[in-house]
Design a protein around this ligand. Structure first.
Ligand SMILES: Cc1ncc(COP(=O)(O)O)c(C=O)c1O
Length: 404
């Protein structure tokens, strides 16, 4: 490990010109181990290099966007070619139609697409379309689920005063009785029920979706003439090349996408079924950069790559290899870990470690071994990871556990 002098110097400069030194999910601050770098200089494939030149096998994938490898040459070349012709102008390029057609042909519930930039935009657009459908205001959300930092979705921070939160009653994810109870209480005022692909709340063990819960949500939405809104921003295209709940045979009415759909180029999408087309037509949503065509070119190429490489199955196999290896190593070291979530998006945490102290210690050791893990957030596999990367990672976990 290089000594982190450049990172430390940048942190010091940042502290005076960026509130808190850094913000949002990428703020290392006091939350992550002290030896985690804040600033990076280079990324390629499944590797990251920090500003001090230290190299890491990366399991965060930029918190999701990177699915086909940092700097994937095919995707970058297609985006670059588009950028050379036109990126933004006074109207979109032709590829906005091509991409909408492609997504409508890829995601079974979708009959239309609207593009934007961030997951925030896509979940908010879903809320607006759902509300416009019958002129109702309430959208049920799962307690603790993350749908973005915008004030309606952000119950935690000052600056999001909560004036809107009455319109977002909470239910417990995977608990059919809970969502039924909340629907009963607000019946007649419900525009939609928002769900995550699975329970991937930061700081807790992950939970796959209970099929009975999913079926109950679908039934309740039909009963209330409300939208089933799937927030597939984080999981989209890692579990399935259709919407994630297609694995359960459940179709949402509206779905929100972002992160991986353009392999790191800024793009999000709201997809919807025919029933919500008029509602979507009636709402006004836009943004200066929402029509950029280079990210759309990147998305078209990303979709080709994901289909050609059968991404969900490949990521699952890599994730399972990692999971099995870590389980084995933990057994040898008599560490009580719990690996949760789908193998494509693994979370590795310790049992009985409510403040993640042991998780932080493991991650802090792993970074010294050149592996970038997260102590309390789900991680991500990509098509750029190789079996060799996984095996080296398992060796690193072995080394790191030995040092705990
Ligand atoms: C499930 C989910 N929804 C929405 C968002 C918000 O997306 P973005 O950060 O691109 O605005 C995120 C981001 O992590 C997410 O994980």
């Amino acid at each position: 490990m290089d000594n982190g002098a450049k990172d430390a110097a940048l942190r010091e400069r940042a502290a005076s010109v960026i509130p808190g030194g850094m913000y949002g999910h990428m703020a290392m601050g006091a939350r992550m181990p002290a030896n985690y770098p804040q600033f990076f200089a280079r990324a390629k494939g499944a590797r990251l290099w920090d500003v001090d030149g230290n190299e890491y096998i990366d399991y965060i994938c930029s918190y999701g966007p990177m699915i086909a490898g940092y700097g994937n040459e095919r995707i970058a070349a297609r985006a670059e070619a588009q950028r050379r012709s036109i990126d933004i102008g006074n109207g979109p390029a032709a590829n906005v139609v091509e991409l909408a057609e492609r997504l409508v042909g890829t995601v079974a519930h979708a009959d239309w697409a609207v593009f934007s930039k961030n997951g925030n935009d896509a979940t908010t657009t879903c809320v607006m379309a759902a509300r416009a459908h019958r002129g109702r205001s309430k959208v049920l959300v799962a307690r603790g689920a993350y749908h973005g930092s915008q004030p309606w979705a952000n119950r935690r921070a000052p600056g999001a005063p909560g004036t809107e939160h009455g319109a977002f009653p909470e239910y417990a994810f995977n608990d059919a009785a809970s969502v039924e109870g909340v629907v009963r209480e607000h019946s007649g005022q419900i525009a939609g029920i928002m769900v995550s692909a699975f329970r991937h709340d930061a700081g807790s063990h992950q939970e796959l979706v209970d099929p009975n819960f999913a079926a109950a949500v679908r039934r309740l939405c039909d009963q209330e003439d409300a939208a089933l809104i799937l927030d597939d921003v984080r999981a989209g295209f890692r579990l399935s090349l259709d919407a994630s709940w297609s694995l359960l045979g459940i179709r949402p009415d509206l779905s929100a996408w972002g992160k991986a759909i353009a392999n790191g180029e800024p793009l999000a999408a709201t997809l919807g079924s025919e029933r919500f087309r008029d509602a979507m037509k009636s709402v006004f949503v836009t943004g200066s950069f929402w029509y950029q065509s280079a990210p759309m070119a990147a998305a078209l190429e990303t979709l080709d790559v994901l289909h050609e490489e059968n991404a969900p199955a490949r990521l699952e196999a890599l994730g399972q290899r990692l999971r099995d290896g870590i389980d084995e190593v933990a057994r040898l070291h008599q560490e009580r870990i719990r690996q949760s979530g789908p193998p494509q998006m693994p979370a590795v945490m310790f049992e009985d470690d409510p403040n993640c102290e042991r998780g932080l210690a493991l991650c802090s050791r792993l970074i010294e071994h050149g592996v970038y893990f997260h102590p309390w957030h789900n991680m991500f596999l990509s098509l750029a990871h190789t079996e060799d990367d996984i095996d080296r990672t398992i060796e690193a976990v072995d080394g790191a556990m030995g040092e705990l």
